[in-house]
Design a protein around this ligand. Sequence first.
Ligand SMILES: *Cc1c(COP(=O)(O)O)cnc(C)c1O
Length: 362
Amino acid sequence: MSKERAYNFSAGPSMLPLSVLEDVAANLVNYQGCGESVLEMSHRSAEFKAILADAEQNLRDIMNIPDNYKVMFIQGGGTLQFAMVPMNLLRKSGKADYIVTGTWAKKAAKEAEKYGDVKIVASSEESTFTYIPEVKKEDFRPDADYVHITLNNTIYGTHYPYIPDTGDIPLVADMSSCILSEEIDVSKFGLIYAGVQKNIAPSGIAIAIMREDLIGFAKEDVPTYLDYKIHADNGSTYNTPNCFAIYVAGEVFKYIKSIGGVAEMNRRNVEKANKLYDYIDSSALYNCPVRKEDRSLMNVVFVTGDADLDKKFVAEAKQNNMHNLNGHRSIGGMRASIYNAMPAEGVDALIEFMKKFEEENK
Ligand SMILES: *Cc1c(COP(=O)(O)O)cnc(C)c1O
């Protein structure tokens, strides 16, 4: 028995725009009448070269990426970037400063410890990562090779309300769970990276946007594939890339362009998130533990305060066609991930369900 499409609140992989899915489906067997599917196509073919070039150009357009930045599509997701960052950017003092605002930030720092001298400059772990610490330029080691932040914390539902000022030290940001949800001044960063399965495409790649003068410092023993230079010099096709994920990413970039760009995407995201937070804050049953200024537009965490009731909520929501509302397995509770592709109707349906559940479980 088939079921109508659900509202999928998963933290990742997550929903893609329906129009993109339909377009991909219509072209799946015979891409634009070329006689082949993108699933079968050579990465050296004229068709795929055009897909890749368009994807990069459309991303450059919607993010306003300056010309002195390279765009790379790299396999291994966000996690491989945790290793590639220190392998490529520890190029002078061997020191890197990390701000730890959640599980992913912690993992990134831990990976860097394998390669260099890592200092945790600030952390909000003592309060279960419910806020973003304020960090000033003087807090960083002046000779650090880079500073690393996680802009949106997927598990804890926080987001930086500011971009740390690191002076001349390159700022590296993991934007896996917020890329393209808000306008970003790329020139403030040395390197931006993001696994694509939250806001862009099916899983399998990460996108790296890197200032050119930072490329080319990997040590001799760094594996070829893990040197950003190999990807930059070969236009993301040094070896066979994940062609299908790049193709879907390109379709999503076109979609964002068509609705009015990242500014319009952000306007919709703010509207969705405000509605949900306002309801949570007004309700007697649900509570959001995150400091108001630091709340994420993408991942809305909340609890009832009763673990059994939380479980019941998640199960009943599923019966009502709202999937994956459970919090991360490490913290429990609920989490509604309302990425770019979650329609406003999905958030409205969730709020209606929450009201009904509150009424029934007073
Ligand atoms: C999901 C996520 C990751 C990990 O991504 P993978 O592609 O699964 O390796 C890293 N950082 C953040 C902020 C994430 O949300």
